[in-house]
Design a protein around this ligand. Structure first.
Ligand code: NAP
Ligand code: ZN
Ligand code: ZN
Length: 351
């Protein structure tokens, strides 16, 4: 198959910086859409994957799965998009389309799902490369329409941070009578607050950072609980129907279990790995409480979220950066100093 060389930023090793590299993109197949990338959000998963925190990275890594761009070419079998359309691509670029999960629009749980980066491009027999690049070629099933009324750069983080919190809010039926708590105010956390607030829920933020209290209230939280303050934690026992935990590293989730109401659920979306310290089953059994996990969201659900964001005027709070500043952005992310998502202006790749 013919390929095209495009400019990108990526890394060759876990301990190397993100630097300019060149990658191959496939020529469009009949169902493909070629997209010039305008903006790409910076997710904490990009950092985990670049640094092989999860142990399954394939190098070179070109991160980026919060993509907004302009269609520049379509294959002859593409029906939903044409050159000039402004579209989005999230964390998924392929799946088997035939398994039970694919048939239920849960492509993210397909055994053969292909991530936007670090997956396997079956056309090229190469790893997939993400959005820190000039352009990307994606099957039209995985390309999304974006609402016309929203800022393009502010839409990008909806494609991962947004859908990752939306999917559990919907799965656990959050609505007007729900009490929702969010752990950690970063990219995912701030989207969760905005979404739960727009769904009509009472929203609480658990944070370690007192300097983020006012921001959380401005984003739509009804209250903030400083998670390191035992008195504040004691004040919210047996309270929440759903907790969305976005913390990226191993942390003690036991204190949060006590704040769930009977039948309440804590959904882990941030940390991937064994819990440390271990989970104490006593409060779970005594209160019929659940600990669950959730991975991004399917394509139909992502489109549902984009439409919801258009209707409720929801975008991400962003700081626009140049691609050349990506390593400093990662350093700031490690210090929880993101307000509340970096988005790369990909025009900077041309300079
Ligand atoms: P982020 O912007 O860096 O935000 C994470 C927030 O968690 C921080 O702002 C901080 O909030 C809190 N935090 C950070 N380190 C902590 C620690 N050691 N202990 C307690 N709290 C801590 O990250 P993000 O982009 O939102 O991503 C969050 C996690 O979700 C990452 O691990 C990412 O890989 C994962 N993720 C999962 C999925 C999925 O499908 N499940 C999808 C996307 C991302 P405070 O200052 O308020 O405490
Ligand atoms: Zn992500
Ligand atoms: Zn499948």
């Amino acid at each position: 198959m013919n390929t095209k060389i495009v400019k990108a930023y990526g890394t060759e090793a876990a301990d190397a910086a993100i630097e300019p590299i060149q990658i191959n993109r496939r020529e469009v197949t009949p169902k493909d859409v070629e997209i010039e990338i305008l903006y790409c959000g910076v997710c904490h998963s990009d950092l985990h994957f670049a640094r092989n925190d999860w142990g399954f990275s394939v190098y070179p890594v070109v991160p980026g799965h919060e993509i907004v761009g302009k269609v520049i070419k379509v294959g002859e079998g593409v029906i939903n998009f044409k050159a000039g359309d402004v579209v989005a691509v999230g964390c998924l670029v392929d799946s088997c389309r035939t398994c039970g999960n694919c048939k239920k629009d849960l492509e993210q749980y397909c055994p053969e799902w292909v991530g936007t980066y670090g997956g396997h491009d079956k056309h090229l027999d190469l790893p997939t490369f993400g959005g820190y690049s000039e352009s990307i070629v994606v099957d039209e099933h995985f390309v999304l329409n974006i609402p016309e009324n929203l800022d393009l750069a502010g839409i990008a983080p909806i494609l991962c941070a947004g859908i990752t919190t939306w999917s559990p809010l919907r799965k656990w039926n959050v609505g007007k009578d729900s009490k929702v708590a969010v752990v950690g105010l970063g990219g995912l956390g701030h989207m969760a607050i905005k979404q739960a607030d727009a769904l009509g829920a009472h929203v609480t933020l658990f944070s370690r950072s007192p300097n983020k209290i006012q921001d959380a209230l401005d984003l739509g939280a009804d209250q903030v609980v400083i998670s390191t303050d035992e008195d504040q934690m004691a004040g919210v026992q047996n309270n929440f129907d759903v907790i969305i935990d976005t913390v990226p590293y191993a942390h003690d989730i036991n204190p949060y279990i006590g704040t769930l109401t009977t039948d309440g659920t804590l959904v882990l979306v941030g940390y991937l790995g064994p819990l440390d310290p271990m989970l104490n089953s006593v409060p779970m059994i005594m209160g019929r409480k659940t600990v669950a996990g959730s991975l991004i969201g399917g394509i139909a659900e992502t489109q549902e979220l984009l439409d919801f964001c258009g209707k409720h005027n929801i975008t991400s709070e962003i700081e626009i950066i140049k691609i050349q500043d990506i390593n400093q952005a990662y350093d700031r992310m490690l210090k929880s100093d993101v307000h509340y998502r970096f988005v790369i202006d990909m025009a900077s790749l041309k300079t």
